[in-house]
Design a protein around this ligand. Structure first.
Ligand SMILES: [Zn+2]
Length: 398
């Protein structure tokens, strides 16, 4: 709603501000990370400082940059500030580029409208619901079952927090229909999917046990098809290796053991998921790509989308999370990367990638440590590895 009904030339600023999700709008210009329940922070799109905040104040969106715009400002103000334009131009900009004086009963459809709608994030209520679930999982006593479940899967708090996971004690179980309040509920882990431009596009609910033969549901309006889990955190470069897998917990497992060794992880979600064509360019920027899926034909299907990618299938019915718990996941990822090396320079680069990963928490797992020792010996390099609290660290002086 851009115009108030009875005044063709009067602009309803409140309605416009109410209709614009300032978080989504600002996310087009900067990568926002969550600071607190209703506060997100990122690099200022104008001055570049790290003091740009988007937040909710009494349910209304505001932004401010403590460096260059230290005044709580609404969506219209954001557009004026960013575009350096006047009020009416900002209104036109926020209403999709259509001028307010050309109000039409049959608005013309832009050709890209359908594609854009598909890329739209979930509404604000969904982000708020996820934020509440995140808060509960991080520290609330009510989140203990969720923390226990993830710990049992071998996932560290730093891992699931980085992935924005949450806990909801009452999610309507799979295989039930009808009014939400009438459906039986069970606890579930909430796992957010973001698009590569950091829009929240879906929330997967993973139940602790099967209900009616299923463990997964999704928040209403979620769009997994056409997106990849982890896409917002990818940094494609020739120096990086990309691992594509099934399932969010597999992706979390791989990120935990290899995320500090120049590995990005993306999950296609379910077995039938795929890489959207629009991301082919980003895939091609990686130095190496491993497609690790349960079934060989699925691994080959995904690998065939990316030139030069290596297809790996799960061995002995064990997925990445099983291997994480067994302490050999890091070694398996490293071995797959070794399979993509073509010369000693590649192998040496891999050794130092792993070495660097051992300098920071959570260190390297047993499999990776053993791999590093073998590879270093093969390459005539000397590395120091030290076990601290069950994990291996490199470059440690005692
Ligand atoms: Zn600024």
């Amino acid at each position: 709603m851009i115009l108030s009904p009875n005044a063709t030339n009067r602009v309803d600023a409140k309605a416009i501000n109410g209709s614009v999700d300032l978080f989504n709008l600002a996310s087009n210009y900067t990568k926002l990370r969550r600071n607190a329940h209703h506060d997100w922070q990122g690099d200022c799109p104008k001055c570049g400082s790290d003091f740009f905040h988007v937040y909710q104040l009494k349910g209304e969106w505001r932004f401010r940059c403590y460096e260059c715009h230290d005044k709580p400002t609404d969506a219209i103000g954001f557009a004026m500030w960013l575009q350096g334009c006047d009020f009416m131009s900002a209104v036109a900009y926020l209403s999709g580029g259509s001028f307010i004086h050309t109000h039409s009963h049959t608005p013309s459809r832009a050709p890209s409208e359908k594609a854009d709608a598909k890329r739209e994030g979930l509404p604000t209520w969904a982000a708020a619901k996820l934020a509440a679930a995140q808060d509960i999982l991080i520290s609330d006593p009510a989140g203990q079952p969720g923390r226990d479940y993830l710990a049992e899967r071998g996932l560290l708090p730093a891992t699931w927090q980085a992935m924005g996971m949450g806990f909801d004690s009452a999610v309507a179980i799979p295989g039930t229909e009808g009014k939400w309040q009438d459906r039986p509920k069970a606890p579930a882990i909430a796992i957010p999917w973001y698009s590569e431009d950091s829009k929240l596009v879906g929330v997967r609910y993973r139940f602790f046990t099967e209900h009616n033969g299923r463990k997964l549901t999704a928040m209403q309006g979620s769009k997994f098809t056409g997106n990849l889990f982890g896409a917002h955190a990818m940094y494609p470069s020739k120096l990086m290796t990309l691992v594509i897998c099934e399932g969010e917990l597999n992706a979390a497992s791989i990120a935990q053991v290899a995320g500090n060794t120049r590995v990005d992880v993306l999950s296609i979600g379910s077995e039938g998921g795929t890489i959207p064509d629009r991301m082919n360019g980003q895939m091609a920027l990686y130095g190496a790509v491993v497609a690790w899926l349960d079934k060989p034909e699925q691994a080959s299907r995904i690998a065939s989308k990316v030139p030069g990618a290596l297809a790996r299938k799960s061995v002995g019915g064990k997925d990445a999370n099983d291997c994480l718990k067994a302490g050999n996941l890091g070694g398996m990822i490293a071995a797959a990367r070794l399979g993509l090396c073509t010369n000693d320079a590649d192998r040496l680069a891999l050794l130092w990638d792993l070495y660097d990963g051992g300098m920071v928490s959570p260190g390297l797992d047993n499999g990776t440590a053993a791999f590093v020792k073998r590879l270093a010996a093969d390459l005539g390099q000397s590395v120091t590895l030290q076990n601290i609290g069950g994990a291996w660290f490199t470059g440690v002086q005692s």
